[in-house]
Design a protein around this ligand. Structure first.
Ligand code: FE
Length: 287
């Protein structure tokens, strides 16, 4: 018996754009500027997955950020983070780095492997206007520090942010109430996962292994590997049914409903604030 009375459907399926960022890292951009208002408070989602060192070795050398938070989730591989506030950490196999850029910092994210698979995600979460210039904050969570819960149906849920099945995630944010789950379905078909979601929160699902169906059985929509489903709003939650060994991330949050002004790594509310951000960066005030 489903706990969800009115399940969300699929509004749009997105197959990401292959692109490059940093010093030439190949990645798939799933959420870009065209979806920033629809998926407010999320500004960007990149997926990277490669076993070719020439596609990832160049990394992301020193660059600034202001006005939002970056959440990096490593599925496989090792990346060294260093920032101008003196933080340093190694992101690896199942770990998360949560960085609040706030009023600004510069950092680098560089691979620390010369072979093997590098796979993960980077999600950008907006900050409300009254908090965009907050003190920067940073925390690394190694894989064993990410709360996990296994449902009755056998779905392993890694709770990076928010709450699922009574388990609080590693990070909570009052303004945007982000939910960030990594779901690992068991080795059998037709297993269902349910998650309550507040009506007004924007939400999406990205499938990185296997295939799943979104919605109650009679009206479910298939979402294939490497596709992102933008979910309809309304209803009281999410119902997923998956093929064996499917893996997917689920992201949802409370929209800020503020103007979004972006210039590369700076995301503010107005053009004037962007001009100030560029000036502050050039004056070496981010650090
Ligand atoms: Fe960065």
């Amino acid at each position: 018996m489903s706990q969800i009375h009115q399940a969300r459907g699929v509004e749009q399926l997105v197959l990401g754009q292959d692109t490059q960022d940093g010093a030439g890292v190949r990645l798939t951009r799933l959420l870009s500027q065209g979806l920033q208002h629809r998926l407010d408070p999320f500004l960007m989602l990149d997926a990277f997955a490669s076993d070719r060192p020439d596609e990832y070795m160049a990394g992301f050398p020193n660059h600034p950020h202001r006005g939002f938070e970056t959440v990096t989730y490593m599925i496989a591989g090792r990346m060294r983070h260093k920032d101008s506030r003196g933080h340093e950490g190694l992101l690896q196999n199942g770990g998360v780095q949560w960085m609040t850029a706030g009023r600004g910092l510069t950092h680098s994210e560089m691979p620390e492997q010369e072979q093997g698979v590098m796979e993960g995600f980077q999600l950008w979460l907006n900050l409300p206007g009254n908090n965009k210039l907050c003190e920067p904050w940073y925390k690394d969570f190694q894989s064993d520090e990410i709360p996990e819960v296994t449902t009755h149906e056998g779905v392993r849920v890694r709770v990076i942010a928010g709450e699922s099945n009574g388990t609080a995630g590693a990070v909570q944010r009052p303004d945007t109430e982000p939910l960030f789950l990594d779901l690992h379905f068991p080795n059998e078909d037709g297993v269902v996962f349910e998650q309550a979601l507040p009506t007004g929160h924007n939400a999406f699902v990205y499938v990185y292994r296997g295939e799943l169906f979104v919605g109650q059985e009679s009206e479910a929509t298939a979402v294939k590997i490497k596709h992102m489903a933008v979910l309809t709003n309304g209803g009281d939650g999410l119902v997923l049914r998956a093929q064996h060994n499917t893996k997917a991330i689920v992201v949802a949050g409370k929209p800020l409903n503020e103007p979004i002004a972006q210039h590369g790594p700076f995301v503010m509310n107005t053009q004037q604030q962007l001009i100030q951000a560029v000036a502050d960066f050039r004056a070496d005030l981010m650090g």
